[in-house]
Design a binder for this molecule. Structure first.
Ligand code: ATP
Ligand code: ATP
Ligand code: MG
Ligand code: MG
Lengths: 256, 256
């Protein structure tokens, strides 16, 4: 059975997609067979992996509406150890349909549990809100990675997420744990970073990953070239940090 | 009748809330009676304006579920010319209820049109997705400000939004116009900025505001002190730019 890890927080633009894609690529490079699933209708994972609409034969929406099986929506990537399930909610109507399809929080968990999944890791990118797809993603996962960009907005969103994780544990999935909190777009010595870290240490200190992902210009640039940072420029500070983060995650998982 | 301006794009973390709050404050400082409405369940406007939950007696969710009138949910701020309707969707259940309440796109437009609104400007902060509250916000507005942070993710989200604006014009609100596109967290001479501007000039050049909001450390810092950038540190580059942006918006609106 694979380890299923959601990447989620109900705050926009904190690096959920960047973390999901670069972690999935990092795991594949370190010889772990990995599946990346994009539950976000905005479909940013596809942009980062250069999957145009015409390359997509089906996706997470097809899976949840039972129009295709998991096998039919798994797309190969340029890496042997990385497969990809894109989002195929392309229009406003699709987004509205999803709000209805996702009324059963156990839907994805049940679908995945009925499939034989030959991966060691499944990484799930979630949208920036709790209802719908994030709720399904968390309910289907073994653990959750919580990216945090330095700001009080992220702190408030984290508290809302922690409350919701407890709700999911109580009602649907009592094995859901916190994989860790990852500081992203981190800039040393700014007041916002110091204030954020102080708050995090107070609320949930033991879950902070040692690796911090620095703010790195090549990450935003890589979105224009259809390559995740690790493949776009391995020498950049962002790419190195994501590779280090992947190794830290693997070490943590070996120990447990 | 006030001018109603939504601030929206289905991409997270690009500065929608920062723009909504600082524009509303800028307008108030320039003697324009302004109402700020937060339609985002994450409630970041309240964090930026130091409105704790215990200060909130009702909000956008009460208005849309007809449990309170507009008059009952308008909160005074420390500025004479600025009033505030916070978000009062605090829990996961509230978020789920909203997905049902917001199935009628004309709901907010109809509610606002039946009220006598003694403001010159109404600014509406929207969440980072098209369905639900953003759909209602756009349908209720005269125009929309589209913040863009330099990245290909924003460009794809912009295209999705432009398609949706056309849909709203055709079916619900044929007066909806584009107020303009605002570059936010802008860093000169990075490749991502150059690539973003090139794309924008191709797709929608004439709508770009002259003012660009620079990346400014004091903006993220201000979220911890319950003050929008303009009030937190008027000498910072971010605050000056938002004040300049407000003036540019007013000049554009005088001419039309
Ligand atoms: N370490 C970094 N340094 C610089 N830019 C970054 C970094 N991480 C992410 N970015 C950029 O910041 C933006 C936000 O990141 P991303 O889209 O991954 O966040 P998200 O949480 O997935 O957003 P959403 O809530 O919209 O899904 C993107 O344009 C991305 O390229
Ligand atoms: N010009 C700027 N310079 C530096 N930081 C900024 C700037 N504008 C916004 N920020 C910070 O970036 C983060 C994202 O901004 P904001 O929350 O306003 O975006 P948003 O589009 O409203 O996000 P969401 O999609 O979650 O609603 C916030 O922490 C904010 O403080
Ligand atoms: Mg994302
Ligand atoms: Mg916001």
């Amino acid at each position: 059975m694979p380890k299923i890890i959601a990447v989620a927080i109900p705050k926009g633009g904190v690096g959920k997609t960047t973390t999901s894609v670069n972690l999935a690529v990092g795991l594949a490079i370190l010889e772990k067979k990995t599946l990346l699933i994009d539950l976000d209708p905005s479909g940013s994972c596809s942009v980062n992996l250069n999957f145009d609409k015409n390359k997509i034969t089906g996706g997470s929406m097809s899976l949840l509406s039972f129009t295709k099986s998991l096998g039919q929506i798994i797309h190969k990537t340029e890496l042997d150890n990385l497969d990809f399930v894109p989002s195929n909610a392309f229009t406003f109507d699709d987004e509205e349909k999803l709000t209805k399809i996702t009324s059963n929080p156990l839907l994805l968990r049940n679908i995945l549990s009925q499939q034989t999944i030959n991966y060691e890791y499944v990484i799930i990118d979630c949208p920036p809100y709790l209802h719908g797809m994030t709720n399904l993603g968390l309910t289907a996962s073994d653990s959750v990675i919580i990216p945090v960009k330095s700001s009080n907005f992220s702190i408030k969103a984290l508290q809302k997420l922690l409350d919701h994780i407890n709700l999911i544990r109580k009602n649907y999935n009592n094995t859901l744990t916190i994989e860790g909190i990852l500081l992203t777009m981190y800039e040393v010595r700014t007041n916002a970073s110091l204030l954020t870290e102080t708050q995090l240490l107070k609320i949930i200190g033991k879950y902070l990953f040692n690796t911090k992902i620095p703010k790195s210009a090549s990450i935003a640039e890589s979105t224009f070239y259809g390559k995740p940072a690790i493949l776009y420029n391995i020498y950049s500070s962002g790419a190195k940090a994501y590779l280090q983060f992947t190794k830290e995650l693997l070490i943590r998982n070996k120990i447990c």
